[in-house]
Design a binder for this molecule. Structure first.
Ligand code: FAD
Length: 318
């Protein structure tokens, strides 16, 4: 069976949920092989085996880990050539999409970004994309090389399938050009105590309708163990950090549940959340476009609706 390379999404060996989702998807296409770049492999290895990685290629060289994404793309291209991989799966994140683009050029392969599903089809690997505010699903395939596919987090349910993974420390050779951007310092981001926006199963976002008061949004999010997002209007006003912006020029999220409070539903906002499994909108204007895509809508003032919902959820949780 042909190998399917999965670039492990992790922080110091703490594997992100996306990795389990990608390994699950990879099993449909061939034999999943994880590519682990960085430190912390001992922490990650049980998770990789749990989701069926039959092999792990470890890349620990400072030529890769001390630089931005270009060396990772080069090393992946070398692995694609060596293994004649049936496909390469990466997380659809800023880094993942950049590595994928560089890799596709180096490996002379077709590229599909933001897939919400992958399957083995008649003509080879096929990927499903959700387009036009989630109203259409397109199935696409590539015509050249090993398909390089970025997969949206939370799109595929991760299923365990334990495997005995063997691991190999890969000798890398990285060009000087790829090493031209070096990481000179790393500092840990202050933790909010909430799940990461792009990984969270539930996201509660606030918009201009909050008037700058995100307290009810945050309290509701905390009652659901959700991440907090924001529209660009809220971010541009300085009410919430840019890293929380959802949309075309912000984060792309695909949670099980997305709650939009005081957000009108502009196309650029939809572009970042349209693949959410269920969408709830709270808006005092019943004509707001967000209601066109909502599975459940509440016409009302968020300052009334959210505290009531928070109280009900807290009570139900006991
Ligand atoms: P508004 O459109 O002003 O909507 C506020 C809503 O709140 C209204 O529907 C109102 O009825 C409701 N409301 C007011 N008070 C209350 C209340 N008390 N209770 C309940 N509801 C209330 N936007 C993004 O979000 N993400 C992006 O990544 C993004 N990228 C962009 C890229 C480009 C190139 C451009 C041109 C625009 C982009 N935008 C993006 C901006 C986008 O077009 C909208 O301007 C923005 O999404 C509007 O944010 P909003 O819904 O919070 O504000």
């Amino acid at each position: 069976m042909a190998e399917v390379l999965v670039l492990v999404d992790h922080i110091d060996g703490v594997v992100r949920k996306t990795t389990g989702e990608m390994l699950t998807a990879a099993r449909r296409l061939g034999e999943p092989s994880a590519v682990f770049v960085g430190t912390g492999f001992d922490t990650a290895k049980d998770d990789l085996a749990r989701y069926g990685a039959a092999k792990v290629y470890r890349i620990e060289s400072a030529d890769v880990t001390d630089h931005l994404v270009a060396p990772t793309a080069e090393v992946l291209a070398q692995l694609v050539q060596r293994t004649s991989a049936a496909a390469v799966l990466l997380a659809s994140s800023t880094d993942g999409n950049e590595i994928a683009g560089r890799l596709a050029i180096k490996a002379e392969s077709g590229l599909i970004t933001d897939a919400v599903d992958v399957q083995a089809g008649d003509g080879g690997v096929q990927a499903t994309k959700s387009v036009f505010a989630g109203n259409f699903a397109t199935v696409c395939s590539t015509s050249h090389g090993s398909p390089v596919i970025t997969v949206k987090p939370n799109s595929i349910a991760a299923q365990e399938s334990p495997a005995e993974a063997t691991d190999e420390l890969v000798e890398v050779s990285v060009s000087d050009g790829a090493k031209s951007a070096r990481i000179v310092e790393r500092s840990e981001k202050q933790k909010s105590g909430r799940p990461a926006l792009t990984e969270a199963a539930i996201v509660v976002s606030g918009g201009r309708g909050t008037g700058g008061n995100f307290d009810p949004v945050e309290q509701f999010a905390d009652s659901l163990d959700a991440a907090v997002g924001a529209s660009r209007a809220a971010v541009d006003a300085g009410w919430y950090p840019h890293s929380s912006q959802v949309g075309q020029t912000g984060a792309q999220v695909s949670p099980q549940l997305y709650v939009a409070a005081g957000i009108s539903g502009a196309i650029q906002h939809r572009a970042g959340m349209q693949t959410s499994k269920a969408i709830v909108a709270i808006n005092k204007d019943e004509e707001a476009p967000i209601f066109e895509m909502a599975d459940f809508g509440v016409v009302g003032d968020l300052f009334t609706v959210l505290p009531q919902a928070t109280e009900a959820i807290t009570k139900a949780k006991g």
